[in-house]
Design a protein around this ligand. Structure first.
Ligand code: NDP
Length: 638
């Protein structure tokens, strides 16, 4: 049954309006003040403002009542509910079962009313503190009460009847991800309207067909006309864009702007570049709108059943739609949502970009190990699948799991993997994360190597021509049984290093952009729904909680593991290269590790060379840091 909560500061008319509403809807009326423990009533009588601690039991009682009214008769409740966190505490039933009616007006208007009240224990002096506490809800029906009761009721009834028809969120772009997310939202009880553009003879009836194909799930209001779509949404509006990153996002934003009202929110759920997100957020903010850049990971299936969601942007925007996003996300092992507020401006898209960077590294690691085994040991895809399956019992990596399925897939009795062209592209996020690492001066070996491996794979024709000229003779004498154990250790070490590199970049970006990223929380929301979920990601939650600012490789448990597998990592790289097989990410991981653990690097020679030819100066180990020296290095010059 439905619950109407009439909220606002004391004196705004919650009880009067609440009672009238209860008569209209023939629902029982309750006043939240009647559920205060005596202690709170005394405080209020004596003009002492209530603290959060005082409100705790009261809100808990109310939340339980709301659940029981929802299961029985429905109700109208008059309750101040001034802060978002109080409202969240009250929300013990689905969003769709609660209508918030926020009564408000200027402080002087309310003060006048309170001053003329008799027989009520609220002291007008408390109004000041109520106004300071009030956090205006970003949703629900908002009514200025500086008018007659009849007029207020008329407005509320009109808005309620409009709201009933309206959707809580609009999804624009019914491609692979948009379709799945729309179904996910609807199945989680969120009222969602869908839109896809109409392009004569090309994109026709996409939204209509989607709605009719999925009628059994939800009666999707569908649109291919933008204005009608926008008008079908509750105000302030929430519009989720699932369109291709880049120009399309700007085009869609421009076409939406003339149709939007102040405080309407656009969420970009695609893989946009974080700098574009910052630009768009500033642009929309200047025009009075809200914008969020939100990373979504999990592919089509994840989007449908529960992705990992990385929302960034203004906290007030997240407060408005966070509930919806948290509902549709995957759950971690403890049952918590794999969606959390990441941070301001481009933080959400930055974190999604690094997620994809780590993904690039993990994919390439599996690919190069598969390639080495396939051609050095001559193992069949099935034999490699069996080995990967054994490894995955321990490491539980989603990417290794799907690789097992891929290796086993047959077409007309032949392994399909052998028919797949060995040329990959890098579409954006992998390369972008490498650029970001360069800008921030962060070592990024494994992920950069994975991006470059895709680039060189793309040069198929050149590679074939070079093979003919050079006629390499890769050794095919390897033995799967003999090398598998050490290769597994090398793989695990390289994977740890790949993760440490990705998290290091986020740590540096967080400092540079003042995002206060919570790396442990980021690891947590990556434990399910996303492509790089694994047993190691589970471990990272605690590792990053214990030492959030330190490189993962410095954690004592990780040190033990890396020390134990360092010889195998270096050995695997050496053997693979010696036998004629490229292993770019394994070797990048080995090089990163050796560099990271070397107190003495080779950069003294670099600095001397720079000073020799360009008088760039250098610092000395026998002097204070920050003191610079120049030398005439040429023999005979002093
Ligand atoms: P699709 O190509 O399947 O769908 C793109 C959608 O955008 C279509 O509905 C398309 O409409 C619409 N669109 C494109 N250009 C315009 C435009 N100018 N105006 C209006 N609509 C437009 O892409 P995905 O669903 O796969 O991806 C969407 C976003 O999500 C991308 O940024 C992608 O990188 C990201 N993403 C994708 C994942 C995946 O696994 N696919 C995973 C995670 C994120 P129309 O049908 O009319 O062309």
């Amino acid at each position: 049954m439905h619950i109407y909560i009439v909220m606002g500061v004391s004196g705004v008319g919650k009880t009067t309006i609440g009672r009238l509403l209860s008569e209209k809807f023939t629902l029982p009326f309750f006043d939240a003040d009647d559920f205060h423990p005596l202690r709170n009533v005394e405080k209020m009588k004596n003009g002492i403002p209530l603290q959060d601690e005082d409100r705790k039991i009261w809100l808990q009682t109310l939340s339980e009542k709301i659940r029981s009214w929802n299961e029985s008769t429905g109700a109208v409740l008059a309750c101040s509910a001034l802060k978002e966190k109080y409202r969240k505490q009250l929300q013990s039933v689905p969003d769709k079962d609660i209508s918030w009616i926020f009564l408000h007006s200027a402080q002087e208007v309310i003060l006048n009313r309170l001053s003329s009240r008799k027989g009520h224990y609220f002291k007008p002096e408390l109004l000041e503190s109520q106004f300071l506490t009030l956090e205006i809800p970003q949703y629900g029906i908002h009514i200025d009460v500086n008018k007659s009761v009849e007029k207020i009721m008329e407005e509320i009834m009109e808005k309620i009847s409009n709201e009933k028809e309206k959707s809580q969120i609009g999804l624009l772009g019914l491609g692979v991800m948009g379709r799945s997310l729309a179904i996910n939202l609807a199945t989680r009880g969120v009222k969602v309207a869908v839109y896809n553009r109409h392009v004569e003879n090309i994109e026709v009836d996409i939204a209509k067909s989607f709605a009719s194909e999925n009628k059994s799930i939800y009666d999707f209001p569908w649109f291919d006309e933008l204005e009608a779509f926008v008008n079908s949404l509750e105000r302030p509006r929430n519009i989720l864009l699932m369109v291709n990153a880049g120009k399309a996002v700007d085009l869609v934003i421009e076409s939406l702007l003339p149709l939007l009202d102040k405080d309407d929110l656009i969420i970009d759920g695609g893989n946009s570049h974080y700098k574009d997100t910052v630009r768009r957020e500033n642009y929309l903010e200047e025009n009075g709108f809200l914008f969020m850049g939100t990373g979504v990971s999990g592919g089509e299936e994840g989007a449908r059943k529960g992705p990992s969601i990385m929302p960034g942007g203004p906290a007030k925007a997240y407060n408005r739609v966070g509930d919806y996003l948290e509902k549709i996300a995957a759950r971690d092992k403890a049952g918590n949502s794999c969606c959390t507020y990441i941070g301001p401006d481009g933080a959400g898209h930055f974190v999604k970009m690094v997620h994809n960077g780590i993904e690039y590294g993990e994919m390439q690691l599996i690919a190069e190990i598969y390639n080495y085994l396939r051609f050095h040991t001559g193992s069949t895809p099935e034999e490699i699948a069996a080995l990967f399956e054994e490894w995955n019992a321990e490491i539980q990596s989603y990417l290794l799991e799907i690789s097992v399925d891929i290796l086993r897939k047959k077409e007309k009795n032949e392994f399909l993997i052998d028919k797949v062209l060995d040329a990959a592209k890098q579409k954006g996020t992998g390369g972008w994360s490498t650029n970001a690492a360069l800008e921030l001066g962060v070592p990024f070996d494994t992920i950069t190597a994975a991006v470059m491996a895709r680039n060189i794979s793309g040069k198929k024709e050149e590679r074939k021509a070079a093979e003919e000229e050079y006629q390499p003779t890769p050794s095919k004498e390897g033995n799967l049984q003999e090398i598998s154990e050490s290769l597994f250790k090398a793989y695990k070490a390289a994977s740890i290093i790949n993760h440490s590199i990705g998290f290091d970049l986020m740590g540096e970006a967080s400092k540079e952009y003042k995002w206060s990223l919570n790396l442990s929380e980021i690891a947590r929301i990556w434990t399910n729904g996303c492509i790089i979920r694994s047993a190691f990601m589970e471990e990272l939650i605690d590792i990053l909680k214990e030492s959030p600012l330190e490189n993962i490789l410095m954690h004592p448990d990780i040190q033990i593991r890396i020390k134990d597998s360092k010889p195998e990592l270096a050995g695997a790289v050496g053997d693979a290269l010696k036998h004629g097989f490229p292993v770019p990410v394994l070797s990048a991981a080995a090089n990163y590790l050796m560099s990271f653990i070397s107190g003495q690097s080779s950069a003294n020679m670099i600095q001397a060379q720079r000073d020799y030819f360009g008088a760039h100066t250098y610092e000395r180990v026998d002097k204070e840091r920050g003191e610079y020296f120049h030398t005439e290095w040429k023999p005979g010059k002093e």
